[in-house]
Design a binder for this molecule. Structure first.
Ligand code: ADP
Ligand code: MG
Length: 273
């Protein structure tokens, strides 16, 4: 059954005005099946505000499903997820949880930005139009203000000069950086990256990792599913290994990735490195 919601533990961290405060992610006893296949099996994790977590694990281990559950793009069968103590996708009524209506889910979802492997930009909109779309439609930000903030965000990802370019006129790395600016435009408390560089040509990976590295310093809570072990070692302060829907090992990067003392992690690294 479902546990009750919990209070947030919020150690304040310095952050720029572009970001919302807070960002503790609490995942508690989450399970999810697709038919007979148990894709998430009693996953519990608490991620501190401002922390950077790398999720690693073989293909099919449930990493994407877990990220999607944090955004309530995937409904879980058991357990709950809360951001700063606010349940994702549900409201609590005594001991029962009721799923929120779609429009309330959308409202709550602005706390959680997501960057996908395949960018998913609107092809018929320019870079800056892609960035202002959600703030204007979801948050009702006036166009002039949305444009000013979008320019600042595009500058932040190194694309000030490409504001008026269409996605097809941009490289994969540039498109992914626009996608990051777009995710930031709603001032999320947490930002989820699902293999953000795995669709990129090798020479374009670095520019995207560089932008994520900069964000890691900004104090937004980041969760990054990645096969870039060197990057995870450098940027993450927590590493989580998933296998068959379970979190099987977790710890700081030096214990997980530099001199791994966890046997399953060692096995996994021997395969991917
Ligand atoms: P990962 O991101 O670690 O590769 P996923 O979370 O994408 O893993 O998938 C975990 C398992 O769940 C895989 O076996 C996958 O085929 C299955 N799966 C994911 N989404 C669905 C879905 N919508 N319907 C059925 N099976 C799914
Ligand atoms: Mg995946």
């Amino acid at each position: 059954g479902r546990a009750s919601a919990t209070d947030a533990v919020a150690a304040p961290v310095p952050r720029s005005s572009l970001f919302a405060a807070g960002g503790e992610i609490r995942i508690s006893g989450v399970s999810k099946s697709f038919g007979a296949l148990k894709v998430l099996d009693d996953v519990s994790l608490t991620l501190r505000p401002g922390s950077v977590t790398a999720i690693i694990g073989q293909s099919g281990s449930g990493k994407s499903t877990l990220l999607r559950a944090i955004n309530h793009l995937e409904r879980v069968d058991q357990g709950f997820i809360a951001i700063d103590g606010e349940l994702i996708g549900y409201r609590q009524d005594g001991d029962a949880l009721h799923e929120l209506k779609e429009k309330d889910i959308l409202k709550r979802r602005v706390d959680v930005g997501m960057v996908f492997q395949t960018f998913n930009l609107f092809p018929h909109l320019t870079a800056i139009e892609n960035v202002i779309e959600a703030p204007m439609t979801v948050r009702g930000v006036p166009r002039a203000q949305a444009l000013a903030e979008a320019r600042e965000l595009l500058a932040r990802v190194g694309l000030a000069a490409k504001a008026d370019a269409y996605p097809r006129q941009l490289s994969g790395g540039q498109q992914q950086r626009v996608a990051i600016a777009r995710a930031l435009a709603l001032k999320p408390k947490v930002l989820l990256f699902d293999e953000p560089t795995s669709a990129l040509d090798p020479e374009l990976v670095g520019e995207v990792l560089h932008v994520i590295k900069e964000l890691a310093r900004s104090g937004t809570t980041l969760v990054i599913v990645t096969h870039e072990i060197g990057f995870a070692r450098e940027v993450a302060d927590h590493v989580v290994l998933m296998e068959e829907g379970r979190v099987i090992e977790q710890g700081p990067p030096h214990r997980m990735l530099t001199e791994p003392d966890h046997p399953r992690t060692r096995e996994f690294l021997a395969k991917v490195l």
